[in-house]
Every structure is written in C-alpha cells, then in structure tokens.
Design a protein around this ligand. Structure first.
Ligand code: FAD
Length: 383
C-alpha cells in the first residue's frame, strides 16, 4: 500500500509538514529513529521569528507558544568599550522574537499531529530511500508517492539526494561553541552578545528557570574539559561581570560542542524526494535561524506536495527551490555577517589585529547608525 507522503524525521520540519498535510487532507506517515521521550526532551533552539509564529498560528499549532512563550524585542552587546542595547522591536519592521524552547514546540506538534489522526512511528531508523521506497532497519519498507526528507543534517535523505548528483555550497566558520544549558534564571532581559579577546560569549534567555549560554572554544574541544567552575569563571570574564554585575548561576544541565558550519543544497529535492529543514542545509547558530528555516521550508513544501497530490500539479514542487532558496540565502548572509561580528581572530599577528579592529568597527556602526540598526533588526527577526 502506498501513502501520499512518507516523512522521515520528527523534528520541527517533519512535524510542521505532517500537521499541514493532514490539515489539507493529504495522507502521510512519519518515521522517527528515536524514542518519543528523546525527541520531546531535546533542548536546542528557542527563538522563533515572527514568520514562524504566523505559520504556526495560521495552522492551529500555536496554543502552547501563545500560552507559555515570551516575546523578546531587545538584545545587548558588550565589549571593551562598554555595552549597548538594541530595541529591535522598535526598529526595522518592528518584529519581535517569541522565545519558546524547541522541545516544547516539538511536544505540541506531536500531540496535535496525533490528535489530527496522523500516523507517527518512533524507534524506526530509515536506512535507505530510493524512488519513493523507504527502507526501515529491521522493519518493513514503506512506500510513498513522495518522500519528505526531514531527518536533519546527518540523515539519509540528504545523502540520497547528493548521490543523485545535487551539489552543495558550504562554509566552515572555523570556530566552535560550547553550548551550555544552565538551570538558572536569565541574567539579562533576553539576549546578550559579549565580544572579548578570549573569545565570544553569549547569553540566551529560555524560560524563567533555564538559560542557554555559549562560549567560543577551539575546534576539537572535549566538553568534559569544561567543569561547571570553569564555565562560570570564563563566562564572568568574557561577559565582564566585574564591570556590569554578576550572572545568576545554577547547575549545568547540558553541555555540548557545536562546530559553526553552514551549507546549502543547490536544489532541495527532485523526482519523488523532497527535503526540508537541516536536511536541506545547515546554518550556523550565530543568528538563531535554523528552526525558523525549517518551519519556512515545511510550509512551502506542504503547499507544493498538496497541489501535487490533490490536483496532480507538480509546478509547485518544481518551484520549491526558487521559492525557498532566496530566503534561505538571505538568512545565511546575515548569519555569516553575525559570525564575523561575534568572533575575532585568536592570535596576535598583524592580520589578527586588523580582523579585531574590523570587528569593533562593525559593532560601532551598529551602536551609532540608525540605518544600520534598522537593517540589523529587519534581518535579525526576518525570514
Ligand atoms: P532535527 O530537529 O534535527 O530533526 C530531525 C529528526 O530526524 C530527528 O528527530 C532525528 O532523530 C530524525 N532522524 C535522523 N535520521 C533519521 C533516520 N535515519 N531515520 C529516522 N529518523 C531520523 N535554531 C533557531 O532557529 N533558533 C535557535 O535559537 C537555535 N538554537 C540552536 C542551538 C543549538 C545548541 C543547536 C544544536 C541548534 C540550534 N538551532 C536554532 C537550530 C535548530 O535546532 C535546527 O535547525 C532544527 O532542529 C532543525 O529542525 P529539523 O526538523 O530540520 O531537524
């Protein structure tokens, strides 16, 4: 028996897509490698752009984020010449972020998908995808008119598409972040970016009792090298707490190293296999765009697949790349710029001094130019 769409992966991309397809009367099944508890407990993103909130609201998927999400409209920059706050909700297009932990969004999306009568199988690892047939390890093949690869950056869908000849463009930002989740209330209104000669440090509010911190670290760092003490001491130094006041500390719940890399597939699909989210491209976390691009692509793909399956019209699928890629590239361009703003060179040669001076010139431009601030706000919140 053949279903309309076999969706591989129950992350934000697969779950938004599944919910939208069910809503439009398209039958689908989601296959997820991990257990439900693991998927619903994985803390990653937190900042939803206005566009993502609109998509979720328009499709009846925003009850949780409306009830428990908090809007944030400011960010703080700190460096050796002081600090300043950008009230980006009053700049650019006047859009704000909604802070809602990714695992809570995933939990809401799973519950709603099941409530709509969708089929979702956890613990099903897809090994191979070819011509609409999805092979599950130790299980039965599932065949779809189309397959939606939403299985993230290390998934099978991306490999299958590359094997068909799709090329990638990629960039290695050359830096890594120690991503820390602490059971501690936020120490600033929302987001803080600290530039320091020892490396970047970031503060991202998550909930009233949980805060995410980032510390730039050398590539290849083992998180085990970072004790709680070392984490809080280094955060205090880079965030200049002696000058600006202490951080509210608490136990470290999680620590992981994220390498800042970006890539984009030249075309996010062909024939019967179409990709959305991290499967179609990875964006460095420097501007918190990944989950938002996943929602955007799921929305576009849901529309195109619905047209194909209900009206036999594949023009939407043919246009999917042209619709998605310009917006994906705008996000990459801004994320790349943010990465340049946040990370100075590590050594002390002439080129490093030049690089650091440029970093501060960028920051100074952002501090003083209203035009630059509007441009920043538009791109920071936009998708
Ligand atoms: P994923 O969330 O990776 O989901 C893919 C799913 O597919 C997973 O559940 C996986 O188990 C499953 N899967 C994989 N392989 C298979 C297989 N073979 N068979 C079956 N299932 C499979 N983005 C933002 O927008 N804002 C932020 O603030 C932000 N912060 C981040 C912080 C960190 C520390 C990290 C790591 C990322 C952050 N991101 C952020 C990025 C964001 O989390 C990702 O872009 C987002 O999760 C992508 O969603 P996705 O559905 O494409 O992929």
């Amino acid at each position: 028996e053949q279903v309309g769409v076999v969706i591989v992966g129950a992350g934000p991309a697969g779950l938004v897509l599944g919910n939208l397809l069910l809503d439009r009367g398209v039958d689908c099944v989601i296959l997820e490698r991990r257990a439900r508890a693991a998927v619903e407990g994985r803390a990653r993103a937190g900042f939803l752009a206005a566009h993502s909130v609109r998509v979720l609201t328009d499709n009846g998927l925003a009850a949780g984020l409306r009830a428990r999400g908090r809007t944030h409209a400011t960010c703080l920059f700190r460096g050796d010449r002081g600090e300043f706050t950008l009230d980006y909700g009053r700049l650019g297009r006047g859009e704000v972020h909604t802070v809602y932990p990714q695992q809570e969004l995933v939990r809401d999306l799973v519950a709603e998908y099941l409530r709509r009568g969708g089929e979702l199988w956890f613990g099903q690892e897809v090994e191979e995808i070819s011509a609409g047939r999805v092979r599950v390890r130790g299980g039965q093949d599932v065949t779809g008119r189309y397959v939606a690869g939403c299985d993230g950056h290390r998934g099978v869908a991306r490999r299958a598409l590359i094997a068909q000849g799709t090329r990638t463009s990629r960039w290695d930002h050359g830096v890594s972040w120690l991503a820390v989740l602490a059971e501690a209330p936020p120490s600033m209104a929302a987001v803080g970016y600290a530039l320091h000669e020892r490396g970047f440090a970031g503060h991202m509010a998550r909930t009233a009792s949980v805060t995410r911190y980032y510390l730039q670290c050398p590539r290849g760092t083992d998180p085990a090298e970072w004790s709680e003490d070392r984490i809080w001491t280094e955060l205090a130094t880079r965030m200049r707490t002696a000058e600006f006041g202490p951080l509210r500390q608490g136990p470290v719940l999680e620590k992981a190293v994220v390498d800042l890399r970006s890539d984009v597939l030249e075309s996010p699909g062909a024939g019967r296999l179409w990709l959305a989210g991290d499967a179609a491209g990875l964006i460095s976390p420097s501007a918190a765009k990944g989950a938002n691009l996943a929602v955007l692509q799921a929305e576009l793909l849901a529309h195109a697949l619905t047209e194909a399956l209900t009206r036999g019209d594949e023009t939407g699928l043919a246009r999917y790349a042209a619709d998605a890629l310009p917006r994906v590239w705008r996000a990459h361009e801004f994320s790349h710029w943010m990465s340049g703003l946040l990370h100075g060179p590590a050594d002390d040669g002439a080129e490093a001094r030049y690089g650091r001076a440029l970093q501060y010139a960028r920051l100074e431009s952002l501090r003083t130019s209203r035009t630059h601030q509007d441009y920043f706000a538009e791109n920071y919140t936009g998708i």
